[in-house]
Design a protein around this ligand. Structure first.
Ligand code: ASP
Ligand code: MG
Length: 412
């Protein structure tokens, strides 16, 4: 008997057949004696469709209205799931973000959860009810609907799990768990049994699409055990925990990538204080997110500054740099929007020297040029030409022996 949050993503509620399957699964958990809060996303493709409608009407749609629009997808799915549960004899009731009193800050389309009314959920659970809560949405202090950014239903689920102190938050999705690398690229990619939340946080923010990265922050903050598992197949999935893992852990746990990257370089700027802020200031003011930054001073005393942005922001960033170039005394501005970032993540890296070398050797063997490098305690990322992305991921997967065959070997 456990207190569980079970979250079902868009593909898991894609059609009535899938909704019935979700209801079967939840009803079985309840019949086993568990108390369950269900969180659901909109039916697959629905939020994309709504977003498209918004952009059709207004090229720069007001974010308050977009929140009203986008959040409507979940209103449909919670009602259907609650009804399907009632058909199975469960006492269920749907709840939108405001009804579950999921309070957020005022940032439309990327709101953060500030508070959840756990008492009400507990009271419902105590009365034998299974609440079915809409993911991805909350309410701000003005009483307006807010949403958490695309993929944000995961965050609803983990935040609820933290608020009610659940034994486990289960994220049901269309894959069997978190893999060592994207199985569409790496044939022998393997499901991981367990990952630390630090690793998952890096993987999620470096491109792995399996979880909304903000949801993983909650795992770290509140220690909610989180499990990613398939709603289509039975299996243990991947457990994400705050606990340190045992010795047998591999040096690198997983690889991920981001394809939609671009880089810009300001060439030959005089090497004086304030240059980086003069370049990156206007970029930040334009709300363009900068990821990696590299600065190099040449023999002539001038400096080149290179940074990466999302590919969608590339043209705008280029225009901004062209605008400030004159006042900086820069020699030129260059860019490349056909780059990709590949990252290796693992807590095991902390205690092993030579991880970077192994990775760079593997890339060198394939003749892949590394354009930029960035590291943290538990990750190494490189920027390479986009056309080498798949090759780079495969070469690294082999180099770190992450595949199915390697996993059967002793690792210590
Ligand atoms: N329906 C929202 C989206 O598609 C939230 C979610 O699915 O997590 O982004
Ligand atoms: Mg998702």
């Amino acid at each position: 008997m456990a207190l569980l949050v079970q979250k079902f993503g868009g593909t898991s509620v894609r059609d009535i057949g899938r909704i019935n399957a979700v209801a079967d699964r939840v009803a079985a958990s309840v019949a086993d004696g568990n108390r369950v809060v269900v969180v659901v996303s909109a039916m697959a493709g629905e939020t994309d469709r709504l977003e498209g409608l918004g952009f059709e009407v207004a090229p720069r749609p007001p974010s308050r209205e977009m929140d009203v629009l986008l959040s409507s997808g979940e209103q449909v799915s919670v009602a259907l799931v609650a009804m399907a549960l009632m058909e199975r004899g469960c006492t269920a009731r749907s709840g939108l973000g405001f009804q579950a009193r999921i309070r957020t800050d005022g940032n439309h389309m990327r709101a953060r959860i500030e508070e959840i009314d756990a008492e009400r959920l507990h009271a419902d659970l105590d009365s034998g009810m299974t609440p079915v809560i809409a993911g991805f949405q909350g309410i701000n202090s003005r009483g307006d609907i807010t949403t958490f950014g695309r993929g944000g239903s995961d965050t609803t689920a983990v935040a609820i799990a933290a608020a009610i102190n659940a034994d486990e938050c289960q994220i049901y999705t269309d894959v069997d768990g978190v893999f060592t690398a994207d199985p569409r690229i790496v044939e022998d990619a393997r499901r991981l049994d367990v990952l630390t939340f630090e690793e998952m946080l890096e993987l999620a923010s470096l491109g792995a699409k399996v979880l909304h990265s903000r949801s993983v922050e909650f795992v770290g903050k509140y220690g909610v055990p989180l499990r990613v598992l398939s709603s289509f197949n039975d299996g243990p999935g991947t457990l994400i925990t705050t606990e340190e893992r045992s010795m047998e852990q591999l040096i690198v746990s997983g690889l991920t990538y981001q394809r939609d990257e671009a880089k810009l370089t300001v060439l030959g700027v005089p090497d004086v204080p304030g240059v980086a802020s003069k370049i990156l200031g206007p970029i930040g003011e334009a709300d363009i997110e900068v990821d990696m930054i590299v600065q190099n001073t040449g023999a002539d005393g001038s400096t080149d500054l290179t940074f990466t942005v999302r590919r969608a922001d590339y043209e705008r960033a280029l225009e901004i740099l062209d605008g400030v170039r004159g006042s900086l005394g820069a020699r030129g501005v260059e860019g490349d929007d056909h780059i990709a970032k590949v990252s290796a993540v693992g807590v095991g890296m902390k205690s092993h020297a030579g991880v970077a070398k192994r990775m760079f050797d593997a890339l060198a063997r394939e003749n892949i040029n590394i354009q930029m490098i960035s590291t943290s305690e538990i990750k190494i990322s490189v920027v390479v030409a986009e056309r080498y992305l798949e090759l780079a991921v495969r070469a690294m997967h082999d180099a770190f022996e992450l595949g199915t065959d390697a996993s059967t070997e002793e690792t210590w």
